[in-house]
Design a protein around this ligand. Structure first.
Ligand SMILES: *[C@@H]1O[C@H](CO)[C@@H](O)[C@H](O)[C@H]1NC(C)=O
Ligand SMILES: *[C@@H]1O[C@H](CO)[C@@H](O)[C@H](O)[C@H]1NC(C)=O
Ligand SMILES: *[C@@H]1O[C@H](CO)[C@@H](O)[C@H](O)[C@H]1NC(C)=O
Ligand SMILES: *[C@@H]1O[C@H](CO)[C@@H](O)[C@H](O)[C@H]1NC(C)=O
Length: 949
């Protein structure tokens, strides 16, 4: 064995003063020669001796330690000193994950994204995106590897017993990689019993491992795969400064996925465990969770840095002691050691970090966090592979470039912001800026924070925000592969790479892209995938330059747009929907005065010096509306002082808590959401109690003319799990609401005087009289059934018709016919539910797993449906959400009908006049329903329009 040759103690001479010598290389030459001679002699003696003496005596060292264990310790030394290199891809006979008996597969006629520039492209050109293209090719998979990729493969030399899949020209990429997931450790639906994301016993837990809590049975692992994600880095949570070890898994579990067993170890992407991974986190979380004033830290970022440095110092001490021991044992021989190799499970993994064996991934949002952590890397000499939640990295490329061992990548969301103070500063253009600075953006889900099924959509949006196409696609394929140390195995469609392959129904960088089949290690994951009916559209133009828009608008009363191809306004222009057309929109005094050919108006405007802006594929649409969010009621979700607050006891009016001119509202306006209808919170996000106010997102304050267009739009109650917070149980909450409504019926019948027209009783009387809608937040089918029963009970008593609207509605598809019969509208929030909470567990997640999602079933049943936003940052996505509904509707919806989901339908279900009648419109360059559509003008019924030009 190699060990015995190279590492057996070379001599047995007792030389006590020297046994602690650390640098044998500095021995004087003559002595060194003597040592070598003695060593050889000693070795012979030793070898003889071990052969001749019975093994029981050989276990006794002079120091009375176990020789066996000392030798094992010495073997550990060589492991400690091994610095991993990225495992090879090409050159493998088979993928170590391959299971015997699985047949080879030929994927014919695919449009393939290889994942790298054509050979001969310089590194610089490749960074810039030159040499990347979609190619038509066949892809041959065998032994869990991609074996061949080329046009018209000649397979005469290979086994004839292979499976054939006809891609029919559709686009094929490597499996998507999500470099930040908690799937399996935070199983869904979230239950107290199944949350194993954070080991919260201490702020510093490098010694825990996510794999120990990873449940292969988390259904979400399958949901994620249905979005084309084949590989995820499963990280511990970010509660701790040092959270523990992470593992890279593939999304194949048990027999149905072609595996032989159900286990976390079977899911490991690299069964050889070449690299280790660790999660660390800076900033708000650790100080909030662990710090106890006067007792222990960290209570501030200052304290956190100490926690980090202290941990690294402790690990560095261990590493030094180990190195000393190993040096001595190697030079003096284990028989002369008077101690075993110092080992400490608590600091072992952090020691491995300092030895360069662990890929560190650190959650750090803000400039001080990044700067402090970069300091730690230089003080303790370890690299960081990526900063996660790295909202502010785009502002400080220089700091990143100072990190020891090279600049970390930035693992980001495309546009998810404002949920806490450290997420308040961020930019949807961050990816583009990083890339322009030679840094690497990577898009991640933080599943279940975002549903990782749609992580490719984060990358697609980043493309829409100006990151070049190749870099956007790389951000969920080659970039994370490289950062995981698996760049030779994952992320590309090339011979030698793992056969993780996705065939898409449309370009992965477009809205609603959905896999039609997914292979993991060469094994198809779906026997009978549901496929959406979409025309084969081919790749989108990857060289299309997507220009940035200014962050803040200029305002002007008059402007003319040419190059308009499509109008979704309902007035005179239904004929306007022609991609080759070139129509004109003339805006005078903030209103559309002409749309169409407008020759006369155009000339008049041009004569008066009005700016003419020519658009490429311009679209005009009624503006969007956000119903049921917290827009206007807070600025930073987690910061009390920016928030109206929540009350389970006091019914209140949204209009009384309205706070305008916030960043959220600027974004709303800039992305075409001119109106929002928001009610006070009951407990947390997406719970409501009180009346909603309808307001204009562009207003400076609530007394500005037109700022509030409806004081009290609907009366809101929450009937989901949160309702327990008020009265203890869901049944009590429902009972209490019924009682209040029946009392209101009574009061109406008796014609009692209204003492205070702004209190709960007064609003409920309006509800039972049918004058104001009742909006109920609830997800599960039985909760919705309760709402419908409540409606009919009250209607029977009052002899009137109530207007009821459901907000949430994850399980509304199960009760769609009843909703339609009761004429109850549904605001789906989110549009694409998943079983994140118990009451959403029957949510439909769509193709290839389910035939349609809630919206399809609701539309089929004839339910008036709208799209809400469950998180305020989605306010910049409303057009895209409508786009998803449209693209994945199987032609149920027209584009106009899809846009009504974020516009007209909301007004309709609330009995309000629509955006268009209020004079609100948006001019887009590109389609509002597709990635890359850009808002160029927003009109909001005032004398001026906001221009983003
Ligand atoms: C590949 O697919 C495209 C699109 O469906 C089709 O037009 C073409 O004929 C196919 N080519 C082959 C060789 O099957
Ligand atoms: C549309 O017409 C205007 C003049 O009316 C012209 O300047 C512009 O280039 C045209 N745009 C397109 C996309 O053809
Ligand atoms: C209910 O209202 C209808 C008209 O809306 C009326 O004809 C009927 O008499 C009313 N019934 C009762 C019980 O008040
Ligand atoms: C999906 O559901 C639709 C009805 O909504 C039905 O027409 C279609 O056949 C179903 N497709 C599959 C694959 O079950």
């Amino acid at each position: 064995m190699e060990f015995e040759k190279s590492e057996l103690p070379p001599y047995t001479v007792a030389d006590t003063p020297q046994w602690r010598r650390r640098r044998p290389g500095l021995l004087r030459r003559s002595r060194a020669v003597k040592f070598v001679a003695l060593a050889c002699l000693g070795f012979i003696v030793y070898a003889q001796w071990t052969q001749l003496t019975p093994s029981s005596t050989s276990k006794r060292a002079p120091t009375s330690l176990s020789i066996e264990r000392l030798e094992a310790d010495l073997r550990t030394c060589s492991k400690l000193r091994t610095k991993p290199t990225d495992p090879i891809g090409l050159g493998r006979e088979r993928n170590a994950r391959y299971i015997d008996g699985h047949k080879p597969t030929l994927i014919k006629n695919a449009t393939v994204w290889v994942g790298e520039a054509v050979e001969g492209t310089s590194a610089e050109d490749s960074w810039a995106g030159k040499g990347f293209e979609w190619i038509n090719a066949d892809v041959y998979l065998e032994y869990g590897l991609i074996k061949q990729v080329s046009k018209d493969l000649d397979l005469s030399s290979v086994s004839s017993d292979y499976l054939v899949y006809d891609a029919k020209g559709r686009q094929l990429t490597s499996g998507i990689i999500d470099m930040h997931s908690h799937a399996g450790v935070g199983s869904l639906p979230e239950l107290v019993g199944n949350q194993d994301v954070n080991e919260m016993s201490s702020d510093t837990t490098p010694y825990v491992r996510s794999i120990d809590g990873l449940s292969p049975l988390d259904h979400q692992i399958q949901v994620i795969k249905s979005g084309g994600v084949t590989t995820s880095l499963i990280l511990p949570g970010s509660g701790n400064n040092i959270g523990g070890e992470a593992y890279v898994i593939k999304h194949a579990v048990g027999k149905p996925d072609g595996r032989e067993e159900i286990s976390a170890s079977d899911m490991l992407a690299d069964p050889d465990r070449t690299w280790r991974y660790m999660k660390m986190a800076c900033g708000e979380n650790a100080k909030r969770i662990y710090g106890k004033v006067g007792e222990h830290g960290p209570v501030s970022r200052l304290g956190e840095s100490y926690e980090f440095r202290h941990a690294f110092e402790t690990a560095a001490t261990l590493v030094r002691e180990q190195n000393d021991w190993c040096d001595t044992a190697e030079t003096s021989g284990v028989r002369h050691m008077d101690s075993y190799l110092p080992q400490d499970l608590k600091w072992e993994s952090l020691g491995a970090v300092l030895r360069g064996q662990v890929h560190v991934n650190t959650h750090c949002y803000t400039v001080p966090d990044l700067e402090a952590f970069v300091d730690h890397t230089n003080e303790f000499k370890f690299p960081v592979r990526a900063f996660h939640h790295a909202h502010q990295t785009y502002l400080v490329p220089e700091i990143l470039k100072r990190a020891w061992g090279g600049a970390p990548a930035s693992a980001l969301f495309a546009d998810n912001m404002w949920y806490k103070a450290e997420a308040y500063i961020g930019s949807e253009f961050a990816g583009k800026t990083l890339w322009e600075n030679g840094l690497t953006p990577i898009y991640v889900s933080d599943n279940p924070v975002l549903n990782a099924q749609h992580v490719v959509f984060e990358a697609a949006k980043s493309f829409g925000y100006g990151l070049p196409y190749h870099a956007a696609l790389a951000s969920v394929t080659t970039a994370p592969a490289e950062r995981l140390g698996l760049g030779e195995r994952l992320g590309k469609i090339k011979p030698g790479f793992d056969a993780d392959v996705v065939v898409w129904d449309s370009d992965p960088m477009s809205v609603g892209a959905t896999p039609v089949q997914v292979w993991i290690d060469g094994t198809a994951q779906y026997e009978d995938p549901v496929e959406l009916r979409k025309p084969l559209s081919g790749p989108i133009a990857t060289d299309k330059s997507i220009k940035s828009v200014p962050e803040e608008p200029i305002t002007a009363p008059n402007v003319v747009f040419t190059g308009i191809t499509t109008s979704f306004l309902s007035n005179d222009l239904s004929s306007l929907d022609d991609s080759g057309a070139n129509f004109t929109v003339v805006i005078s005094n903030g209103k559309i005065s002409c749309i169409g050919t407008c020759v006369r108006e155009f000339e008049a405007a041009a004569k008066s010096g009005t700016s003419v802006i020519n658009l490429n594929n311009g679209h005009v649409t009624p503006s969007f509306v956000a119903f049921g969010s917290l827009l206007g009621l807070n600025a930073i979700d987690a910061e009390r002082v920016t928030d109206n607050g929540a009350s389970t006891e006091h019914f209140s009016r949204g209009v009384d808590g309205l706070r305008l001119d916030t960043k959220k509202l600027h974004y709303a306006h800039k992305y075409g959401v001119t109106r929002a209808i928001s009610a006070p919170k009951f407990t947390g996000k997406m719970t409501h109690f009180g009346t909603s106010v309808g307001f204009n997102t562009g207003a400076l304050h609530s007394l500005e003319e037109g700022a509030v267009f409806a004081d009290d739009v609907a009366v809101h109650y929450t009937l989901d799990d949160a309702s327990k917070s008020g009265v203890g149980s869901i049944s009590a909450a429902l009972g209490q609401l019924r009682q209040k409504l029946l009392k209101a019926v009574e009061a109406e019948r008796e014609g009692e005087n209204v003492a205070d027209e702004y209190n709960e009783v007064a609003f409920l009387r309006k509800v039972v009289a049918g004058h104001i809608p009742l909006a109920l937040t609830v997800h599960d089918a039985d909760g919705i059934a309760d709402a419908l029963k409540l409606k009919s009970t009250v209607e029977e008593a009052s002899n009137s018709t109530l207007t009821v609207v459901i907000i949430g509605g994850a399980e509304s598809h199960l009760i769609a016919d009843e909703l339609a019969a009761a004429k109850v509208g549904v605001v789906l929030a989110p549009l694409q539910s998943y079983r994140v909470t118990w009451d959403q567990r029957r949510a439909l997640t769509g193709a290839p797993l389910t035939n349609g999602t809630a919206i399809d079933k609701l539309v089929d049943a004839g339910v008036l449906t709208a799209i809400g936003i469950e998180e305020d940052s989605l306010v910049s996505n409303m057009g895209l959400l409508a786009g998803i509904a449209y693209k994945n509707s199987g032609k149920r919806l027209s584009q106009k009908e899809a846009l009504d989901l974020v516009g007209g339908n909301v007004y309709k279900m609330l009995g309000l006049k629509g955006a268009e009648q209020m004079g609100d419109f948006v001019v887009f360059e590109g389609s509002p329903l597709e990635v890359g559509g850009r808002v160029r003008a927003v009109g909001r019924g005032k004398g001026q329009v906001s221009l983003f030009v």
